[in-house]
Design a protein around this ligand. Structure first.
Ligand code: ZN
Ligand code: ZN
Length: 104
C-alpha cells in the first residue's frame, strides 16, 4: 500500500464528484431545451433566432422588410429577397414566387 503517495491525487478526484458534474450537465441541457421551446412563432422553426427579432434571417444584418408570397413570412431584407436562391422561405421552407415590401 502506498497510501501517503497517492492521497493528494485521490482527494483531487473526489472534488470532481461525477454526480455533481452530471447534475450540472442535466441542468444545462434542461435550460437549453426550455429556451428552444419558447413559442415565439406558430410555425416550426429551426433557426436559433431571438424572439421578436426584426433582423433578416438570411444575412442577420439588415432589417426584415420583405414578406414572401404565398406563405406570408416577413423574414428577409430587400437584398436577400432579391438574391435568395433557391426561392424558399427560410422559416417554413415553402417555395415563394414573389416578395412584397412591407412598410411599417
Ligand atoms: Zn438579408
Ligand atoms: Zn414561410
Amino acid at each position: 500500500m502506498h497510501m501517503n503517495g497517492n492521497e493528494d491525487d485521490f482527494i483531487l478526484e473526489e472534488e470532481l464528484d461525477p454526480d455533481m458534474v452530471n447534475m450540472m450537465e442535466i441542468d444545462n441541457r434542461r435550460r437549453e431545451v426550455e429556451i428552444q421551446n419558447i413559442p415565439f412563432v406558430q410555425v416550426p422553426i429551426n433557426l436559433p433566432l431571438p424572439p421578436n427579432s426584426n433582423i433578416c434571417v438570411v444575412c442577420k444584418d439588415l432589417e426584415r422588410t420583405h414578406a414572401l408570397i404565398p406563405c406570408g413570412h416577413k423574414a428577409l431584407c430587400g437584398n436577400c429577397a432579391e438574391l435568395l436562391h433557391p426561392k424558399r422561405c427560410p422559416l417554413c421552407k415553402a417555395n415563394f414566387s414573389s416578395t412584397l415590401r412591407i412598410w411599417s
